[in-house]
Design a protein around this ligand. Structure first.
Ligand code: ITT
Length: 191
């Protein structure tokens, strides 16, 4: 079966993607290949960052791999935190990152937002991209304890629960990452 390295240091993302792809292909983690590096993410777009992750592994290890970059775009904050989602407050502390989003939004009634994922795949000397987006809104106070990142303050359109109030299965049926990973899996199945 095809083996692909997933260029992520985020254990939650690895778990989500593993659950979504089932046995379409085998996912190896960075620790499976003994890579402890903090792969640079200096691009200005999700595409650039996703490709930086796969370029890094291809150049260093010559392995077929995929990597994603994802984040939250809030319309009233001009698309922020966007590519800065992981370190919006200057650190990876998600309590602080969420606090900063809520503080910047204040009582602004315009709270539309979306999660976006772009996956870069490097396979057979070719580069491919797959995208997934889920529209929703930011609530005023955290709700729920599941998931990770900004999940407690994001309610997807058509639901009244935050991502953090959903089970992993529920989130994995509708999330930005599920959509992008679904496209990746379909592409690999059709090969
Ligand atoms: P890697 O770069 O090692 O993969 P990361 O945590 O930096 O891990 P990303 O750059 O893709 O991951 O995502 C940036 C941040 O966006 C992430 O740390 C979360 O805060 C947020 N994010 C991404 N996907 C999310 C999701 O499904 N739910 C909640 N927040 C999410």
């Amino acid at each position: 079966m095809l083996e692909l390295v997933f260029a992520t240091n985020n254990a939650h993302k690895l778990e989500e993607v593993q659950a979504i792809v089932g046995n379409t292909f085998i996912i190896k983690s960075l620790s499976d290949i003994d890579c402890q590096d903090d792969i640079p993410e200096t691009g200005l777009t999700f595409e650039e960052n996703a490709q930086q992750k796969t370029d890094y592994l291809v150049n260093k290890y010559g392995l077929y791999c995929f990597g994603d970059d994802s984040g939250l775009e809030i319309d009233a904050l001009n698309g922020e935190p966007g590519v800065y989602s992981a370190r919006y407050s200057g650190s990876r502390d998600m309590e602080k990152n969420i606090d900063l989003v809520l503080e910047r939004l204040g009582d602004n009634p315009q709270r539309t937002a979306r999660f976006k994922t772009v996956i870069s795949l490097y396979l057979n000397e070719q580069q491919h991209f797959f995208e997934g987006t889920v529209e929703g809104r930011i609530i005023e106070q955290r709700r729920g304890i599941d998931g990770f990142g900004y999940d407690p303050i994001f309610i997807p359109d058509g639901y009244d629960k935050t991502f953090a109030e959903m089970t992993a299965d529920e989130k994995n049926r509708i999330s930005h990452r599920a959509i992008a990973v679904g496209k990746l899996a379909d592409y690999l199945k059709a090969k």
